[in-house]
Design a protein. Structure first.
Length: 305
């Protein structure tokens, strides 16, 4: 469409009008879980501006919204996610209606060191999982030794594992829309997330034990395991192993960190994780342990000696 450039029309267009058209427009290209996320953010945090004309939304309006979100004690990252959705709606309004929109200022996010398991914690968890092995413990080990995401694990089928390799080409999510929720299998997070990775040799003995048709994380009476249930299983394992402040995603952080500690180059780790850029791997997932830092200093001292 060509934008309607009349000031009179701008004054009549509310944020809700712009949002409705924007969400309908992007629904053609975005994944259902992404759309559901945007709708949830708008409904819970931005809809208070529903009746505001686009022409009346200025920097003071946005600052007032930011202050309100801050007073709710939301994290800076969560607030920035909300402001990002608002900004996308306003940019759409600017293109569609030639409306003047304010420049949104984002909050500074504190760099948070991701939680990963120490070697001692990892060995304790591995020992626990190998006792009374079942399909969900196997899935946890598979994620720990490959770094795959929880959605990728839940969407994995046995036919994706062959010739000692794993084909990652889909992900599973639960999407809530209009009060209804459903499990959706879709393509992975990005093009680079579609990848083939080696099957961990240490788990070969369990392959013949569990392998059958269908989803890997299936058992009698359960066709598949959705991410929310798998997270609950992991929380139980973590509690019994006395692991604090961990989520299933901690296994991904742990895998990346162990790879770097073992001397694997960042590009290889990046490809194993399905990142499009090695910078993402280094900045977000790979964090040197204290032991690795200590070893680096000792190596430098040996060179000087």
């Amino acid at each position: 469409k060509s934008p309607i450039k009349t000031e009179q029309y701008n004054e009549k267009v509310t944020l809700h009008n712009a949002y409705s058209l924007w969400i309908e427009n992007i629904s053609k290209d975005c994944k259902p879980n992404t759309i559901a996320k945007y709708e949830r953010i708008y409904r819970n945090h931005i809809s208070c501006l529903d009746n505001y004309p686009i022409a009346n939304i200025d920097c003071f309006t946005v600052n007032a919204l930011t202050l309100n979100l801050t007073e709710k004690r939301l994290s800076n990252k969560t607030i920035n996610d909300i402001l990002l959705v608002l900004n996308m709606i306003l940019k759409y309004a600017a293109e569609e209606y030639a409306a003047d929109i304010p420049k949104i200022k984002y909050l500074k996010e504190d760099r948070k060191e991701p939680r990963y398991l120490s070697l001692c914690e990892q060995k304790r968890l591995v020992y626990y999982l190998k006792k009374n092995m079942d399909i969900h413990k196997f899935g946890t080990l598979l994620a720990m030794f490959t770094g795959i995401r929880i959605g990728e694990l839940c969407a994995l089928r046995w036919e994706d594992i062959k010739d000692n390799s794993i084909a990652i080409n889909k992900t599973m999510t639960r999407v809530c829309n209009n009060g209804k929720s459903e499990v959706i299998i879709s393509s992975p997070k990005s093009e680079s997330s579609v990848r083939i990775i080696p099957f961990p040799p240490e788990l070969s003995c369990y392959y013949s034990q569990f392998c059958k048709n269908g989803y890997v994380l299936s058992k009698e009476g359960l066709a598949f395991t959705e991410p929310r249930y798998m997270q609950m299983k992991f929380e139980k394992y973590a509690k019994e192993c006395d692991l604090k402040n961990v989520t299933f995603h901690t296994l991904r952080h742990t895998f990346a960190t162990r790879c770097i500690e073992a001397g694997v180059d960042a590009k290889t780790v990046s490809e194993l994780l399905g990142h499009s850029d090695t910078k993402i791997t280094l900045n977000r997932y790979v964090h040197s342990s204290f032991e690795l830092k200590q070893n680096s200093i000792e190596k430098m001292q040996k060179l000087l000696a």
